[in-house]
Design a protein around this ligand. Structure first.
Ligand code: BG6
Length: 234
């Protein structure tokens, strides 16, 4: 059984993995992808939302795929450290967003979705034995399976979805790399907890520290921070 915490009317977080499962606009529209075949039963991580891949990404290490954090039951901290003034003043501005219709899903053109902030960077391609390549395009678009780790990106990445008139902005600190994943048509069919056509509805873009692992001595601390914001456009 999964225990969900409703952080506010906009957020739902699962204590299994500390995973954000729902992020809604103030009109109740969902912004995060959860597969219709997601399995809500630990220890299976839920397919979708915002998972925490820690302390390793993928199989780069001796632990299970994506590390243990997403399989642990997290607890609530009753006495959290105070927020910085800049954190607590943050507000999101929401405009009307239409839910995709059946027709939208059929034509959802990944070529209409582009990521800016990764151009000219080197990346490790999981589809080519983690070999290193250099991004040649002036933005990343999608027409086939993508599974890459972009190295040493700036701290701001933008994901433009022209069809749905929405933009997501990722701002990050302490997380130099960026993971980009979409299983596309063929791979989707081989993932049990993922619908055959759901690759049209999702894109995984995440801040990460992969190329240079972070090593802590006893008592040392490290902070990584990622802020995801949503901007409707006209
Ligand atoms: C992505 C990885 O972040 O997660 C992919 O780049 C992986 O290689 C995908 O297939 C899903 O991983 P999992 O363990 O949740 O099926």
């Amino acid at each position: 059984m999964i225990i969900w915490i409703s952080v506010s009317k906009e957020f739902l977080v699962s204590l299994h993995g500390g995973q954000v499962l729902s992020w809604k606009t103030d009109r109740g529209e969902e912004l995060l992808f959860i597969s219709s075949k997601a399995i809500f039963m630990p220890p299976t991580p839920v397919r979708g939302g915002i998972p925490i891949c820690f302390p390793q990404f993928g199989k780069r290490g001796s632990l299970e795929q994506h590390g243990f954090a997403r399989n642990k039951i997290w607890v609530m901290d009753d006495h959290p450290p105070p927020l910085q003034p800049s954190d607590s003043s943050g507000k999101s501005f929401i405009d009307l967003l239409l839910k995709p219709s059946e027709d939208d899903l059929k034509i959802w053109p990944h070529s209409e979705v582009r990521i800016e902030g990764l151009e000219t960077l080197d990346y490790l391609d999981n589809l080519h034995e983690k070999k290193r390549f250099t991004e040649q395009g002036d933005a990343l678009t999608f027409e086939s399976e993508v599974d890459r780790v972009y190295l040493g990106s700036s701290d701001m990445i933008a994901i433009f979805d022209h069809e749905r008139k929405q933009t997501f902005i990722i701002q990050k600190e302490g997380l130099p790399d960026v993971v980009v994943w979409n299983p596309w048509e063929k791979k989707s069919k081989s993932i049990p907890d993922f619908g055959d056509e759901e690759y049209r509805q999702m894109l995984c873009v995440d801040g990460a520290a992969i190329e240079k692992p972070i090593t802590l001595k006893p008592g040392e601390e490290w902070t990584g921070r990622l802020e995801l914001s949503y901007v409707p456009s006209s």
